[in-house]
Design a protein around this ligand. Structure first.
Ligand code: BV8
Ligand code: ZN
Length: 244
């Protein structure tokens, strides 16, 4: 696809880049998005599987729903969009990749400076002592394992109503304030506080580019919207950046 000249110029002149990705970047890896036509929240209510109250009420049901999501994540591969971002990272002085995704695909694609603001579904955290583990045996279990302290382990993801990890949020917010180019990829920009990040970037004078198959809640804010699938658009941006 042809990348608009204005976008090429912004990519080439940027000194500090911050990227915010959402479920849309992993759609082409076979992981369903949350709010799209085949979105996960169409078949299950987040209140029933992605809140601390749900886990208190129905630990088995919540654990098993996350077990299903883990299977999807474990069988997924990074796609050309993840790989293009990993390549782009090495082309800038400052490059921060903030992701709302819990699938770990950015790191598997080779990205290094990744900020997971909603946690990671392959890790588990004890709800009593806070101990965090990445234990493949836990991924096979049908009920939440117990910690040595007696507490229950739960997936190390941020549920609705839970605060984001402090250091991750501070890093994401700082990177959004400092950048001169902010790139949104595959996010509906409808979940807070992550959805505040494009506004932070905008008020700090950054140039905003959105890559999405359709409009999002951030569309009115951005300087350039590129409509298309991330798996096609991101490699084109990379080629344009490399002078291709
Ligand atoms: C908190 C982990 C308080 C779960 C997730 C009313 C107004 C404002 C806010 C609120 C409100 N009521 C409640 C809130 C707060 C709430 C919130 O924002 N709710 C929203 C829905 C209104 N937020 C919270 O609860 C947060 N915590 O506020 O705590 C607090 C503070 C201090 C102290 C104590 C408490 C926590 C939010 C995190 C929730 N966890 N995920 C799990 O996995 O188990 S959110 C979930 O949504 C995912 O993380 C996901 O990443 C995230 C955002 O969605 P997207 O990534 O954008 O995905 P989505 O499906 O929406 O969109 C996909 C996009 O991709 C679409 O635009 C589509 O067009 C595009 N696309 C599709 N295919 C492609 C594509 N683009 C390109 N290429 C393609 N091929
Ligand atoms: Zn414990």
């Amino acid at each position: 696809m042809k990348v608009p000249e204005e976008v090429v110029a912004a990519l080439r002149s940027a000194g500090s880049v911050t990227v915010l990705t959402g479920a849309g970047i992993s759609a082409e890896s076979g992981i369903p998005t949350f709010r799209g036509p085949d979105g996960v929240w169409r078949e299950v209510d987040p209140e029933d599987v992605a809140t601390p109250e749900a886990f208190l009420r129905d630990p088995l049901g919540v654990w098993r729903w996350h077990k299903k999501m883990r299977k999807l994540v474990l069988s997924a591969e990074p796609n050309p969009a993840h790989r293009a971002l990993a390549r782009m990272e090495g082309m800038y002085e400052n490059f921060t990749l903030v992701t709302q995704n819990v699938d770990g695909l950015h790191r598997r694609a080779g990205s290094r400076n990744v900020v997971e603001v909603h946690g990671n579904i392959l890790r588990d955290r004890c709800q009593d002592c806070g101990k965090v583990v990445e234990e493949p045996e836990f991924w096979e279990m049908d009920s939440p394992p117990r910690c040595s302290c007696g507490g229950l382990f739960r997936p190390d993801v941020v549920w609705f109503g839970e605060p984001l990890p402090k250091e991750a949020w501070e890093e994401a917010e700082g990177a959004s304030k400092r950048c001169d180019l902010f790139l949104l990829v595959g996010t509906s920009a409808s979940v807070y506080p992550a959805a505040l990040l494009p506004q932070v970037a905008k008020s700090s004078g950054a140039y905003l580019i959105e890559v999405n198959v359709g409009p999002s809640e951030a569309s009115p804010l951005v300087d350039s919207s590129i409509f298309g699938r991330a798996g096609e658009v991101l490699p084109s941006l990379l080629r344009a950046l490399e002078g291709g």
